[in-house]
Design a protein around this ligand. Structure first.
Ligand SMILES: C[S@@+](CC[C@H](N)C(=O)[O-])C[C@H]1O[C@@H](n2cnc3c(N)ncnc32)[C@H](O)[C@@H]1O
Length: 281
């Protein structure tokens, strides 16, 4: 049980990719409609410029590109920003030539948008990793530029395992506390982002985008259980025996195809004040 290394593993992003896309397609397609309607009213006769921050291997960008293509008559120009050049190099979007890779930190968002503005700034599975300072580094220049914002798949900390186990609550408390390490926003990220957007005149629409893990997503469920237990053990090493017992029981249920887990996330769409005034239907 280990969280070995803090870099995000490309194989983890590949494993979760299908479930990320399914969760967003089931629940966020309405947000894509709203975004497209507003963008259509404000962008005319030029390519749409989009930035995916913390893009990793570009799963979130690929999802949104696919959603917007049939809804908008504009070509899309994408920039994928991440600290990790290895992940960007592996991104099919970069390999396929439809996105530019930008190796950089969220701290550089202002410079990135100064160099070339974006119509849409998006991220996926990123916000809960950020500190309040980083959230501002991302959102203040984005809002200053008047871009649309789509902040996707932020964990809320709510998880429902079926059938329940006596130690699910212990694991949830330890995991959620671990999410807050080093001043990160963790489960509070989406609420804080929504507040910041509203305070700056943005209209905010949110939808829940839960993963639904079970027999059909067996490998992801298993990895997710391991990750949850590893984070809990790191948070409270004194309880490692109890955490391992919980993990063994949950893995046994998963392998006998009797375990399901709903892992809640939130997607937020932020509409800038100018778009609200234009108010397309
Ligand atoms: C959980 S992964 C999500 C990747 C991708 N958005 C997806 O959904 O598949 C979080 C990503 O954020 C990147 N990241 C974390 N902190 C960052 C920062 N300060 N600046 C830029 N990227 C960052 C990581 O390298 C990682 O690729």
């Amino acid at each position: 049980m280990s969280l070995a290394g803090r870099r995000v593993d490309a194989s983890w992003l590949a494993l979760r990719g299908d479930e990320d896309a399914r969760a967003r397609s089931d629940f966020t397609a309405g947000l894509a409609d709203r975004l497209a309607a507003h963008v259509r009213a404000t962008v005319a006769d030029r390519p749409l410029r989009l930035v995916d921050v913390g893009a990793g291997t570009g799963g979130g960008a690929a999802w949104l590109r696919h959603q917007l293509q049939p809804r908008l008559p504009f070509p899309q120009e994408w920039r994928l920003v991440d600290l990790d050049s290895d992940l960007l190099d592996r991104a099919p979007a970069v390999q396929g030539g439809w996105a530019h890779a930008v190796v950089g930190d969220i701290a550089n968002t202002a410079a990135l948008l100064d160099e070339e503005p974006a119509d849409v700034v998006t991220c996926q599975a990123l916000l809960d990793l950020l500190t309040p300072h980083q959230l501002r580094q991302l959102l203040m220049p984005t809002m200053g530029s008047g871009a649309f914002v789509l902040l996707a798949l932020t964990v809320t900390g709510t998880v429902r395992l079926t059938p329940p186990d006596d130690d699910d609550e212990l694991l949830a408390d330890l995991f959620n506390a671990h999410q807050l390490r080093a001043g990160r926003l963790g489960p509070d990220a989406s609420r804080r982002a929504g507040e910041l957007l509203r305070r700056n005149g943005y209209d905010v629409i949110s939808v829940h985008t839960p993963w639904r893990l079970g027999p059909a997503t067996g490998a992801l469920l298993e990895q997710w259980l391991h990750g949850r237990a590893a984070a809990a053990a790191e948070q409270d090493p004194g309880r490692v025996d109890r955490i391992e017992r919980w993990l063994d029981g949950r893995l046994t249920s998963a392998s006998s195809r009797t375990l399901t887990s709903i892992v809640d996330h939130v997607d937020l769409l932020g509409l800038p004040p100018a778009a609200i005034r234009a108010s397309p239907r």
